[in-house]
Design a protein around this ligand. Sequence first.
Ligand SMILES: *Cc1c(COP(=O)(O)O)cnc(C)c1O
Length: 224
Amino acid sequence: MVSKEEWDRLCHEFISRGVTLVAVSKTKPLADIRELYALGQRDFGENYVREMVEKYTDLPADIHWHFIGHLQSNKVKNIAPFVYLIHSVDSFKLLEEVNKQALKYGRKIDVLLQMYIASEETKFGMDEKEIIVLLDHYDARKEQLQNVRICGLMGMATNTDNEAKIRSDFFKLHNFFVFLKDTSFFAKEYFSVCSMGMSSDYQLAIEEGSNMVRIGSLLFGVRN
Ligand SMILES: *Cc1c(COP(=O)(O)O)cnc(C)c1O
C-alpha cells in the first residue's frame, strides 16, 4: 500500500494539475479500499461486474464506482443502479443498453467512449472512424437516448518502454478528444473527460492532456 507521504504527494500533484484520480482496486480486498477511503479517496475503478457489485454492496455509499473493463451488454443491468462512470463503451449497441437500463432505474448514466490507440492486438476500443459513426447514430437518435451522457474518451497506450511511442498514443487520443469537443454535431455539454494514464505512464499522459488517470499498482501494490 502507498505510504501516507507518497499519497499526499500524489494527491497534491493531481489536484494542482486538475486531474481526477481513479484508484483502480480490481483484485484488491475491501480492507485496502477502506484504507484509501480513510485518506479521502472516493473514486475507485473496477473491471469485473461481479467484483464491483460485491464491493459496492459492502462499502460506503458515497464512493464513485468507475467501470473500466470490457463490458458485456447483458451485464449492464447489474451495475446500472449505482455506477458513476463507465469508461469503456465500445459500441452503439452497448450505448443503447446503458440507456435502456439507466431509464429503468430513473438515472442518467455518464459514459466515456473507449478509443483504441495502442499498436497491439489485445486491447478493446474503437478507432476514430468507428467513434464518428457511433456519434452519428447517437445524434440521429438523441431523443431516445436521453438517459446516457457521453462525457469524453478513454484509452490505453501501447504497453512498451518506448516513451516516444506512449506519448504519441496519448497525443493521438487527446488530439481527437479536442477535435470532438470543438465539433458541434453531437450534444457536447458534458464532453469534458480525457481518461488516460495508468501506474507506469500517468506522467506522460498528464503531460499530453489527460484529466483523469486510472492508477492501481502504484497505490495498492502489484496484483497477483
Ligand atoms: C488495471 C487497469 C488500470 C490500472 O493499471 P495499473 O498499472 O495497476 O495502474 C488502468 N486502466 C485499466 C483499463 C485497467 O484495466
